[in-house]
Design a protein around this ligand. Structure first.
Ligand code: SAM
Length: 342
């Protein structure tokens, strides 16, 4: 009896090829094809190839692949950006993901190439990917201006995309001052002062980062000023505030280091003061939110940290006197947790 062939495993086939699509997006972004096509009518492959200084046959295949993935439009007149390419893939838009895409290509790709080692060894792979490993992962990022700039641009792009949802997940209008610990370029801080004009926000980050923030300041925006303070949140005194923010900070660290940081925050937090976390929160069974679960693998290849579930964050916070833990799943890339010092 002849057996009919099984149904095509389309999900598996899509995953098997997923890296090809990612790399096509990365290379088109690196070659600045989306920037070149911005505000332009349909453009022929040969003209795009000349502009980017690449072969015509290679460029044409890349453009066709991008068009088939919905990143470009292809007509007999040539190739043009889709609306979403104009918004998210050109390098200068407010919601540009260009910074994170370049970081994914130049930094995460070599790390994920070593995912097998990361899984076997249970540790980050900076030494295999880049030939060195500092004690602190941020020393790996900040040893060169180029890598630091790329990392900050990557953080900036995701922070822009998520800041409004993070700022409005809870009503924060009762707070007079906030300190964004590890606040990097200040993208969330500037959103907070727009949403809460009476809030004074301080961004606290390592000296190398604070020295480089001028590049990322919003231009022509009439917002209240944001203060930048440099220091090490594990060692130095923390600025005084009613609200301490940790956005994508706890996921970088193991529980032991989180306890050091939370106990320092708890020591300066008066009763009624609060902590706000912005992280991808895993579902309790750790089986449904693949974006967050893949982000946890991303933490494995490069940090000592991981993504955690709501109850895991709650347990960490409660040990330091933070109660009334509320969690908002925003539908954006970052979820928000608010708790109050009792
Ligand atoms: N909060 C930003 C966001 O959500 O876009 C940046 C998140 S980034 C993953 C972590 C930040 O923590 C970086 O800006 C890094 O420089 C900062 N950081 C790491 N170690 C630190 C330390 N010991 N003291 C102060 N900031 C630190």
């Amino acid at each position: 009896v002849s057996q009919s062939a099984p149904k095509l495993p389309s999900k598996i086939l899509e995953l098997m090829d997923g890296f090809r699509a990612s790399k096509a997006l990365f290379v088109a972004s690196k070659l600045k094809i989306f920037d070149h096509l911005k505000d332009k009518g349909p453009t022929k492959a040969v003209d795009i190839a000349n502009y980017v200084g690449a072969s015509v046959c290679g460029t044409e295949r890349l453009l066709d692949a991008c068009a088939s993935l919905g990143l470009l439009e292809k007509t007999p007149q040539g190739y043009s950006n889709t609306d979403s390419a104009n918004t998210y893939l050109t390098s200068d838009g407010k919601y540009s993901l260009h910074g994170y895409i370049i970081h994914s290509n130049d930094h995460l790709w070599p790390l994920f190439t070593n995912l097998e080692f990361a899984v076997k060894e249970g540790s980050r792979q900076n030494h295999r990917a880049f030939g060195k490993k500092a004690d602190d992962l941020f020393k790996d990022y900040y040893h060169s201006q180029e890598v630091k700039q790329r990392f900050m641009a990557a953080m900036h792009s995701i922070a822009h995309l998520t800041a409004r949802d993070v700022a409005t997940a809870f009503d924060l209008s009762q707070f007079k001052s906030a300190c964004d610990l590890g606040g990097c370029t200040g993208a969330l801080a500037y959103e907070l002062v727009q949403v809460y004009p009476n809030l004074k926000v301080t961004v606290f980050d390592l000296p190398e980062v604070i020295a480089n923030t001028s590049y990322f300041q919003p231009s022509g925006q009439h917002t209240a000023p944001v203060t930048f303070v440099s220091g090490d949140f594990f060692k130095d005194n923390l600025p005084e505030a009613d609200l301490y923010i940790l956005s994508r900070v706890l996921h970088d660290w193991p529980d032991e280091k989180i306890h050091v940081l939370l106990s320092k925050i708890s020591a300066v937090c008066k009763p009624g003061c609060a902590v706000l976390l912005a992280e991808m929160v895993l579902d309790e069974e750790k089986k449904n939110r693949s974006t967050a679960l893949l982000q946890s693998l991303n933490m494995l290849v490069q940090t000592e940290g991981k993504e955690r579930s709501g109850s895991e964050y709650q347990a960490l916070l409660e040990q330091h006197g933070f109660k009334n833990v509320k969690i908002r799943i925003t539908g954006n890339l970052l979820d928000v947790i608010l708790c109050v010092k009792t």
